[in-house]
Design a protein around this ligand. Sequence first.
Ligand SMILES: [Zn+2]
Length: 183
Amino acid sequence: MDLTLILGPMKSGKSYELISFFAPLSYTNLKFGLYQSARNVRDSFVISRNGAKLNAKKIASLHEILDDDVEVVGIDEIHMFEEGDIKAIEEMLKKNIKVIISGLDTDYQGKLFNTIAKLMELAPKEIRYRRAVCDVCKSPEAIYTQVFAGDKVITSGMPSVIPDDGTYTYSVACRKCFVKGEN
Ligand SMILES: [Zn+2]
């Protein structure tokens, strides 16, 4: 059916928007499923910074969703999946499944994730770009996620999906405050 993308940096309320959409569905007759990457080792919920949360099924590949009997699919942190997985989204849309996806659009260098580029090729019905409050200048215009090792900004030499296991810390930055990758 149709595809909706909720994109933006960390701390921009993407997960909250996903939760807000899915929470009322439990009162309907619709068959729905909420999913997140098995690479997320922190929790088994889609969890928002304001405390709202919903149970999510952990999957290693988006193709696993095709085995489920669902009419509405939500996927959190899409950037944690592989580029090749996006084929599964195309299959879902052909099967008239409504798909709502949230995730980071750009990596630590400010570059578009390949997974997001592939999603754009599927012609989403709606893309909601969210912004956060810049951790540097406090403007409400943060669009990038900045990654640190200790107090050092990382601008190169990392995989685009950086593990969120506590090794690195993150902040969000606006266009003016973001330190961009070199290559
Ligand atoms: Zn700023």
